[in-house]
Design a protein around this ligand. Structure first.
Ligand SMILES: O=C(O)CCC(=O)C(=O)O
Ligand SMILES: [Fe+2]
Length: 212
């Protein structure tokens, strides 16, 4: 039987392999999506996404225990991801749902497929051409569910940038974005996210009595 040290060492190696493989998928998909918006990686434009590497991206292992109060219980509350892209590998239990045309749609598990979610930073960079998808996880009454998510994030001091002006968003760094999200959640219990960074912010407009 493996001792604790060997087990940790082996798991670390496996996790690194998974992270490396998912990182390659994330970089390839991000480059293809950016190219579709006219971004010319070989033509002197700054690399996209800027400031992401093995020290800024991360892997999250999610475990959702079976819950007798399913399906009225969240495994994960509705949210958007605060990154460029998320690559997700889910098991066969199911429970992930995404918001499409104002309705929750179940994402059917497929053993031969990974899920790619657009995150807030890609929405900002693309001037809203790509939309950060709202998603949630609904608990399962009988089975435990596992998923592995890889988050393509830049360093905190990286400007998020834009594929071209005019952008609806003012310039901001990822660090600023994270801090604002954390402050809002602490203060109000909710993430506001991108609307805080609009040049013409609906939040400001409301505060100045311009919106009813
Ligand atoms: O477990 C899943 O399917 C979703 C995980 C997720 O949305 C997240 O970790 O942000
Ligand atoms: Fe998520």
């Amino acid at each position: 039987m493996a001792d604790g040290y060997t087990l940790c060492h082996t798991s670390r190696g496996v996790m690194q392999e998974v992270a490396d493989a998912m990182s390659r998928v994330a970089d390839t998909v991000a480059a293809a999506l950016a190219e579709d918006l006219g971004h010319d990686a070989g033509g002197g434009e700054p690399a996209f996404p800027a400031g992401c590497d093995g020290t800024t991206c991360f892997l999250r292992l999610n475990r959702y225990p079976a819950c007798p109060f399913a399906p009225d219980t969240f495994g994960l509350v509705p949210h958007t991801d605060s990154d460029f892209l998320t690559i997700l590998c889910q098991d066969q239990v199911g429970g992930l749902q995404l918001m499409k045309d104002s309705r929750w749609v179940a994402v059917k598990p497929r053993s031969d497929a990974l899920i790619v979610n657009i995150g807030d930073l890609f929405q900002a960079w693309s001037n809203n051409r790509y939309k950060s998808v709202e998603h949630k996880v609904v608990a399962n009454a009988k089975a435990e569910r596992l998923s592995v998510a890889y988050f393509l994030c830049p360093s905190y001091d990286s400007p998020v940038g834009t594929c071209g002006e005019p952008s609806p968003y003012r310039p901001f760094t990822f660090g600023e974005y994270r801090r604002k999200v954390q402050d809002d959640v602490k203060r109000t219990g909710k993430k506001i996210g991108l609307p805080n960074f609009l040049k013409q912010s609906p939040v400001d407009a409301m505060n100045h009595g311009l919106c009813f």
